[in-house]
Design a protein around this ligand. Sequence first.
Ligand code: GDP
Length: 366
Amino acid sequence: MEQLKCIGCGITIQVEDPKVEGYAPPASLEKEEVICQRCFRLRNYNELQPVSLSGDDFLNILNGIGERDGMIVKIVDIFDFNGSWINGLHRFVGHKDILLIGNKSDVLPKSVNRNRLINWMRAEAVKLGLKPIDVLLVSAHKGHGMEEALAAIDTIRKGKDVYVVGCTNVGKSTFINRIIKEATGVGEVITTSHFPGTTLDLVEIPLDDGKAIYDTPGIINDHQIAHHLDAKDLKAITPKKELKPKVFQLNPEQTLFIGGFARFDFIKGDRSSFTIHVSNELPIHRTKLDNADALYEKHLGDMLSPPSGESLEQLPPFVRHEYSIKKAKTDIVISGLGWITVQHPDVVIAVHAPRGVDVVLRPSLI
Ligand code: GDP
């Protein structure tokens, strides 16, 4: 059989094992140009990303950092906290001090209490095995909170090196570029769009005292919804402007579709209101619970879109998460997408989200 090569990295394409390099979904072989899944992911969401690595390679780099002295700045996307968590980071951190930074604060609605978000992030980090010295919110894009972040880094590092770590798409490049800009007045210094096969070094930004800030490659985390979408769909789910919360009054046995990415079923309880916090561009469809399966089957990709195009093939099937919610004002967080605030107590609901995407509950931030 003729060997197909990936147009991104040149690797031989295989369709058997998604965990092995060169994998492409069988359906993609019908296209004229075949791209492996890894390149598909890199190419389709990766605008400013210097280099991304899969788990093992990344852990090797972390291991290297583990042996050095310095502090760690861990960046997460506040819309994708669980999806942008680096599993296993705590094992390599040792006694290093950690500053946890939540990026993309510019899209938080005004109604969100910043301190509650910070407290939630801190508690989640501890649950996941890390105890940050401090937790801050920034918008790397707009520059909000960057001065405080730099001041905190300077205090915490105590004359040592700084290692910036984060999953892809959390805004790490934007953050680093902004640090460089503020420090030196130059524009975008870290160049972009590398493809697999590029040397995977730490990028060094020298500091006045002979120490440096090191940018590490972004890790590809399979829990990020971003990896299952093409560029267009990723744009659609990524909030760019301040979120406008949408309130829905629902009767039991009604369903809301958030595009075709997620489905929310109100199963039991009195008529209640639910507030949806997702990108303003995502259309929301209301239907009867009874009709929901058939509607999804028939209209995924047209009425229920995004996803559309290539993302349809890449999107993992839905997994159903059911919750019996006792407390009023509970958020159901769908990592990478946003959250739904359940306003009233004593309801039973279910969320359907693509496999691998984390769904967690938290007390409302409002
Ligand atoms: P990296 O993969 O972690 O290096 O992330 P990038 O810096 O390439 O950013 C990923 C995406 O998030 C891009 O679409 C950025 O425009 C967007 N982004 C980065 N920082 C911010 C921010 O502070 N606010 C918002 N709204 N978007 C951001």
